[in-house]
Write a protein that binds this ligand. Structure first.
Ligand code: CA
Length: 436
């Protein structure tokens, strides 16, 4: 069962004042992990609080941690969080508990606030965020029945309800939020006619949700569904940028160059502990096929889902020039996904495939049933037929150069403090010049 403890107490406030605003993504109830650097300093682990970062290396120097919390902090001092992910959720929870105590307004440690503020906090505006982990493997699922229906023009194949479908993605081209996405080159064209080779004409995004693997499994040893949650360290936002022309032309076997040119992730890993208040029953409707036994458990049925609103906004070069705010073009929720993250992870390892600390699993486009929850342009424009109209009158079938797509995620529940995921953004740049 997802456990709530004093770190989730909605009455907790921090002496870091910016952590107490209603709009912050990073209240004291969140405390996500990331990797940051300042100019001339090495990249290292930190924890977000309001508009500040807790520098875990500096906190260790002050001797603020002991026991399991100290082991966790020591595992987060390098340029990637893989050692912390390998330790797993008990360590993450211990460090979270200690940080919550240290940052608590009126807590036993609040007398040290001035010292901590000057020695341990780094303003986010002074920091560069990096990938949170060295990602050696990336798998992309496709778990929205709404996305699958709209993209396929009808009901998905029976396999969709029998197992969470996925493909092995490309890990080497995953980049943190803010990295520009260069329009890829490739072959495309209507089926039955001669293909062209050139800059992708149909650039798209896919609003997805991701999970970072914790300890993982040895080769040949599946992960039972009852143990899956122990291997999900935390979550992030994922933009599975998609070149639809290349993708639709090449997909005899599955996606390849249409997806592998770049994938963006938000830099903060929101822990499974922080998400505990936002769990909901697994989203399986009446009359839909029940999962096979290896993907079914009472816990997964009761609380395998996550209630997180995910939004996408678009800023065009004209909007930027006019000083307009980005236009929200998608509002979806992860709770509508047909399969849970635990089911994705267990299915992934069910043939004995080994998952390692830092591996990234993405959910697939998180489209829901509502009109505004179509979570990629190919759904919004009905595969190129009905362009999106923006507030300033501009239209878009596909992304143009200079367009910037930004994702946000927000978990909300009565009786809990809202937490967020930070931003996952990227701007489309022109293709490189074709060399024949
Ligand atoms: Ca995808």
């Amino acid at each position: 069962m997802a456990q709530l403890d004093q770190t989730h107490d909605p009455n907790r406030r921090s002496w870091v004042e910016t952590a107490n605003g209603a709009d912050t993504d990073f209240p004291i109830q969140n405390l996500p992990f990331g990797v940051f650097s300042r100019a001339g300093e090495p990249a290292r682990g930190g924890v977000a609080i309001g508009d500040q970062i807790v520098d875990l290396t500096a906190a260790l120097r002050l001797g603020l941690f002991s026991g399991v919390a100290r082991e966790a902090a020591e595992a987060a001092t390098g340029p990637a969080l893989n050692p912390l992910l390998a330790l797993g959720r008990r360590h993450a929870a211990a460090l979270r508990g200690r940080l919550s105590e240290l940052l608590l307004a009126g807590g036993t440690e609040s007398g040290r606030a001035p010292e901590l503020a000057s020695e341990v906090l780094v303003p986010m505006r002074d920091a560069t965020m990096h990938l949170p982990a060295r990602i050696e493997a990336f798998s992309d699922f496709s778990c929205s029945i709404y996305h699958t229906r709209r993209m396929g023009g009808g009901n998905p194949r029976p396999v969709f309800e029998q197992l969470p479908v996925a493909y092995n993605g490309r890990a080497s081209s995953i980049r943190p939020s803010g990295t520009p996405v260069r329009r890829p080159l490739g072959q495309f064209g209507p089926s039955g006619s001669a293909p062209q080779y050139g800059p992708e004409p149909s650039m798209d995004f896919e609003l997805e949700f991701g999970a970072f693997v914790g300890p993982g499994n040895a080769l040949g040893e599946p992960i039972p569904i009852t143990e899956a949650e122990a291997h999900i360290f935390g979550y992030c936002l994922v933009n599975d940028w998609s070149a639809r022309g290349i993708q639709f032309f090449e997909s005899a076997l599955g996606p390849f160059l249409g997806k592998s040119f770049l994938t963006s992730v938000s830099p903060w890993v929101v822990t499974a502990e922080a998400m505990a208040p936002f769990r909901v029953p697994a989203p399986r409707g009446e009359g839909q096929r029940q999962p096979p036994a290896y993907l079914d458990s009472p816990q997964n049925r009761d609380e395998g889902g996550l209630d997180i609103e995910l939004t996408a906004s678009l800023l065009t070069p004209r909007m930027r020039a006019e000083g307009a705010a980005p236009a929200r073009i998608v509002r979806a929720n992860f709770k509508h996904m047909f399969w849970t993250m635990a089911q994705m992870l267990t299915h992934h390892a069910s043939n004995g495939c080994n998952l390692s600390p830092g591996d990234l699993i993405a959910s697939g486009t998180v489209s829901g049933p509502e009109e505004d929850s179509k979570a990629c342009l190919a759904e919004i424009n009905s595969r190129g037929e009905t362009p999106l109209t923006l507030p300033n009158g501009e239209t878009r079938n596909w992304l143009e150069n200079g367009d910037e797509v930004s994702f946000a995620g927000r978990a909300h529940r009565e009786g809990a403090v809202d937490i967020g995921f930070g931003i996952c953004t990227g701007r489309v740049e022109p293709a490189t010049v074709v060399r024949q």
